[in-house]
Design a protein around this ligand. Structure first.
Ligand code: EPZ
Length: 421
């Protein structure tokens, strides 16, 4: 897999329609949540075919959840679990598997997993997850890189205030609280649309949750959860990625299966840059960008509903060929500019000073051999290669395959000269 390359010849205008896949960052916590359902099946529609989702299915299977995929539908049955341990190899594959902790603990009273490794974005601490679960009565021993967790008397709901609206910590507390004794209140919780989608899933399973999407979530514990049928929300970051692919080639695209309301922080900036974007029908977004775009005003990444950190690299790629100077401030992750060096190899003019990146727009980029450094950094290289003069060869595709389903097929069918070898 790692020897694979995307070969992209830039300069082609993209025209046509791309159908979005379901949201990776919603499917993952929802697959963790299926562990909580002690009777009947969960039918999860619009579940994207991504390597991260496959990893989550392997973890669920290792716990004894019966999982099968039929196209974009995944069916799970967690009526009889056989383990409370997440194999180390699987924890290493995907650090967000820490979100299984709350669900396994709530369902079995035990959980053993290895500390999730850091990743390309810097150390990925889980202190907020662990302190919250301890406040709910979990006993968690950290030794030799393992977390050994138990709650012999079950978990008890309590009031938790997060020092940072962490997405993963909010999800872990929701998964722990939905079967806890009493009521759990999470203050300063994450407000991302994926939190809403997870709450919708849990409520369909019989959970009692109020306030998802606001900064206070109230969960009233119930005894058991049943399975349900749920459709995963659209992937808002994939939507931004394809919109930027259309804009950077001066093309004309329709993204279908989208929710424009989830990405207004990004499309607002793209309109100011000169893109013409509007949503129509139930779930379609239209974009054209004929003339050279202006640099974006200062882009500060923030928790939702602010500008999403996952879109920073992707919008930066678009701004490398816009007119003027763009300023990016990455406030969420410590090390999320690893794509800058690769964009500079393509002729971009970007300077990084701490958490600030200054992008001087250039007339054009030139194709080069580049390497994806992380999931969204890889997507940024695809955006840049689509407008670069000549051919680019992008490696590190395992990063891109974690979050994008059929990216080369999607782009080829709207006119890109792209192939995977
Ligand atoms: C989720 O990661 C997403 N992943 C990330 O998307 C996304 O970038 C991030 O939220 C922010 O929106 C999934 O949903 C699977 P956080 P998560 O906890 O939950 C610090 C992608 O590209 N922090 O909100 O890990 C942390 O270090 C991925 O799809 C603590 O300090 O994000 C980071 O600086 C990348 N202690 C910040 O909070 C903790 O206990 C945001 O982390 C937890 C987090």
């Amino acid at each position: 897999m790692d020897k694979q390359r995307l070969i992209i010849k830039g300069g082609r205008r993209l025209e046509g329609e791309i159908a979005l896949h379901g949201a990776k960052n919603s499917a993952l916590p929802i697959l963790s949540a299926t562990v909580l359902c002690s009777s009947s099946e969960c039918v999860i529609n619009n579940c994207p075919r991504l390597s991260d989702v496959d990893a989550a299915l392997r973890i669920a299977s290792a716990l004894g959840v019966k999982c099968r995929r039929e196209g974009s539908t995944v069916i799970t049955d967690a009526s009889s679990l056989t383990s409370y341990e997440v194999p180390t190899s699987l924890m290493r594959e995907m650090r967000s598997s820490i979100v299984f902790l709350g669900a396994i603990l709530a369902r079995t009273g035990r959980c053993r997993l290895s500390f999730p490794g850091g990743c390309e974005l810097g150390p990925r601490p889980i202190d907020l997850h662990l302190s919250a679960l301890r406040q709910m009565g979990a006993v968690i021993n950290e030794e030799y890189g393992y977390l050994d967790c138990s709650c012999p008397k079950g978990l008890t709901g309590t009031e938790i205030t997060l020092s940072f609206p962490s997405v993963g910590a909010t999800e872990n507390i929701m998964l722990a609280g939905v079967l806890a004794k009493g009521t759990t209140i999470i203050r300063n919780c994450a407000r991302e649309p994926e939190i809403n989608d997870l709450a919708g899933f849990l409520i369909s399973c019989g959970g009692k949750i109020k306030g998802a999407g606001s900064d206070v979530i109230e969960i009233e514990g119930v005894k058991t959860l049943t399975g349900c049928v749920h459709r995963v929300m659209p992937d808002r970051i994939a939507a931004v990625t394809y919109l930027c692919c259309g804009a950077v080639t001066g093309g004309e695209l329709i993204i279908s299966g989208a929710d424009a309301g989830h990405i207004t922080a990004v499309t607002g900036i793209m309109k100011n840059m000169g893109c013409n974007i509007y949503s129509f029908g139930r779930d379609k977004i239209y974009i054209t960008a004929h003339r050279r775009l202006n640099a974006p005003s200062t882009v500060r990444t923030m928790p939702y509903p602010g500008f999403p950190t996952d879109a920073q690299a992707i919008l930066m790629a678009l701004s490398t060929v816009s007119r003027g100077t763009g300023i990016f401030v990455e406030n969420i992750f410590e090390n999320r500019y690893r794509h800058v060096g690769e964009l500079c190899r393509m002729g971009a003019s970007i300077r990084v000073e701490g958490k600030v990146a200054i992008v001087e727009g250039t007339d054009s980029l030139c194709g080069a051999d580049v390497m994806s450094t992380d999931l969204r950094g890889g997507a940024a290289l695809v955006v840049a290669a689509l407008c670069a003069n000549g051919e680019s060869r992008i490696g590190g595709l395992h990063h891109i395959d974690r979050g994008y389903e059929n990216i080369e097929q999607n782009l080829r069918q709207v006119g890109a000269d792209i192939k995977r070898i």
